[in-house]
Design a protein around this ligand. Structure first.
Ligand code: GLN
Length: 191
């Protein structure tokens, strides 16, 4: 499976490494034309305002909406999750607006700007190692969205059909099972 990582800003090389560990081929995606060559797309963590601006500038907003509408899997991690959301807290303009959920940015507060934990995730049999960095939270999910994990009463992983989102960085540890789960979504789509 060729899995693309949107390479405008953020943790691109780390995702490519996790994709390869999980048995896929990682591709840095810099141009919209590359979307036709990949079986799934990851939007990495970084800074969502910057990523959103660059996506507008290079034509990725319409192209990824179209790509997702065709049923291709898209996975947003941290800033990438913010980019996927239909609604952002504080009346901020959404970016792709694809997932039926409300996301709050920088939701864990200053004292806990970054931390690591073990998370129970539906579809993964033992707890997943997860790194949170100035992480967003899913405040509310609408119809069609399945909650895959909860941390301290807050939703941090969710899936809506071919769309997957995590508050945290699954690519900063050696635990690549969320990438495996995403590659499975890409394989199922291909069948
Ligand atoms: N706080 C960042 C934002 O709002 C996301 C942080 C991250 O991706 N690690 O875009």
């Amino acid at each position: 499976m060729n899995i693309g990582v949107l390479a405008l800003q953020g943790a691109v090389a780390e995702h490519i490494r996790s994709i390869e560990l999980a048995g896929g081929t990682g591709v840095a995606v810099k141009k919209v034309e590359q979307l036709s060559e990949i079986d799934g797309l990851i939007i990495p963590g970084g800074e969502s305002t910057t990523i959103g601006k660059l996506m507008r500038k290079y034509g990725f907003i319409e192209a990824i909406r179209e790509y997702a509408a065709q049923g291709n899997p898209v996975f947003g991690t941290c800033a990438g999750m913010i980019v996927l959301a239909e609604r952002l807290e504080g009346n901020e303009e959404p970016h792709l607006g694809l997932m039926n959920m409300t996301v709050a940015r920088n939701a864990f507060g200053r004292q806990r700007e970054s931390f690591e934990t073990d998370l129970d995730v539906k579809g993964i049999d033992t707890p997943l190692r997860a790194v949170f960095i100035r992480a967003p939270l899913i405040k509310e999910v609408g119809e069609g969205v399945e909650v895959l994990s909860i941390y301290n009463g807050e939703i941090v992983t969710a899936k809506q059909g071919n769309l997957l989102a995590s508050s945290y960085h699954p690519e900063l540890t050696d635990d690549y099972r969320l990438h495996e789960l995403f590659i499975r979504m890409a394989k199922e789509r291909g069948q």
